[in-house]
Design a protein around this ligand. Sequence first.
Ligand SMILES: NC(=O)c1ccc[n+]([C@@H]2O[C@H](COP(=O)([O-])OP(=O)(O)OC[C@H]3O[C@@H](n4cnc5c(N)ncnc54)[C@H](O)[C@@H]3O)[C@@H](O)[C@H]2O)c1
Length: 463
Amino acid sequence: MKYKKNILCIGAGYVGGPTMAVIAAKCPDFKVTVVDVNAERIRAWNGDRLPIFEPGLLEVVREARGRNLFFSTDIAAGIREADIIFVSVNTPTKTFGQGAGMASDLQYWEKTAHEIVAHSDRAKIIVEKSTLPVRTAEAMEHILQENKKGIHFEVVSNPEFLAEGSAVRDLLEPDRVLIGSRQTEAGLQAMREVREIFARWVPAEKIITTNLWSAELSKLVANAFLAQRISSINAVSALCEKTGADVGEISFAVGSDKRIGPRFLNASIGFGGSCFKKDILNLVYISRSYGLIEVADYWEAVVRMNEYQQERFVQAIIREMFHTVVGKKIVLLGFAFKADTGDTRESPGIHVARKLLEERASLVISDPQALENARRDLAAIVGATAGTVEYEPDPYRAAAGAQGLAVITEWPAYRELDFEKIFASMGKPAFVFDGRNILDHRRLFEIGFNVFPLGKPSLTHFA
Ligand SMILES: NC(=O)c1ccc[n+]([C@@H]2O[C@H](COP(=O)([O-])OP(=O)(O)OC[C@H]3O[C@@H](n4cnc5c(N)ncnc54)[C@H](O)[C@@H]3O)[C@@H](O)[C@H]2O)c1
């Protein structure tokens, strides 16, 4: 079969894999190839145990794989064949040199630009799918245009707004698709070609086109705004605990205002994931590098508040369990940074586990999807502390003989647990620390637990 267009995606991760699977499903006449340097990941994409857990993804992949969706490690061949190249490689926070801990590490991104030049023999459209600092496209253009072959590459920005856990739904029914381009004839033509792909299933009014810099910056700003809401309500939760106000009631009252809205207003142990912290710190770094110190400080406070909230949660566990957790068996219910994903990058669970292990607790980590990642995250920490860790997917087995339960991830299944059975199997006094405010606190109290929600009065049996 001859395909109308060849689309390539470099980077088969949480974004590249699902995004291309949906494009392939919606555009059966386009050949969509996803390449990666990680051969193990590619092997997994070609099998039935996908490298990431994402509800509904396997069905979409199966529909298109082998028909017009291909996963491969042959990056050079992929580049040669492609008309449009999406680049979806990781852009983590720099860990070294200038901007360490704040700026984006663009080495993977730049490497792909050189590879594109090396293996191309005709003009191509390069689409920035990764989240990048504003004005990255300019640097990319310099690398791409300075090829001796005289080939023109047009760079377009198409940041991804999917959320892990709902990636397939977000891709099928996005709130918007954003495409930024140069406002030149060539730039606008490239934008139209990319728009044509999404127009196959996304209504025209949801496809927003802007200049390149607005598209790049919109992604950082969107994540900063989402994270800022979480930090705002978490700041309020600390005040609630001092005053007897209930943060759940406040969220409802405040979120009922149409101008504010109810979403992202649940107090919690804090945000995690590979993006929020990284993207805000990047925004902070960019602002500071333009001399906008007040702007940088403003956004940095969102990250600091998140760290404070995680720390407050651990301190509450230690304080309420009589100022010592040495040798106490404490179960972390959940380890993924949120429900419906196995991803643990920047999960608050990592901070909680590290602190409790330093206090020499005996941890049991339970999670339906994230234990493999948890094991990897905690390997170095366990060796460096006097605490111990076990991994147990079954929450009932995990809780047997434990003194405390700490909810880290809002898995819906945790609401349905038989807490009478769990209470009966635990040491006494038994504690619950609900880092997501998902459990029925009154009921747990009636069963016999001492209950510590976030931003709500605690319920204890102590006089
Ligand atoms: N994860 C999310 O929810 C999300 C959402 C929106 C945007 N983003 C952004 O999308 C980008 C990718 O994120 P992700 O979560 O998919 O990352 P990821 O780490 O899961 O995937 C990136 C992949 O790129 C591959 N890679 C790196 N360098 C390569 C190269 N030179 N050639 C081929 N492959 C290469 C890696 O092996 C890896 O498999 C990031 O910029 C991120 O900020 C992520």
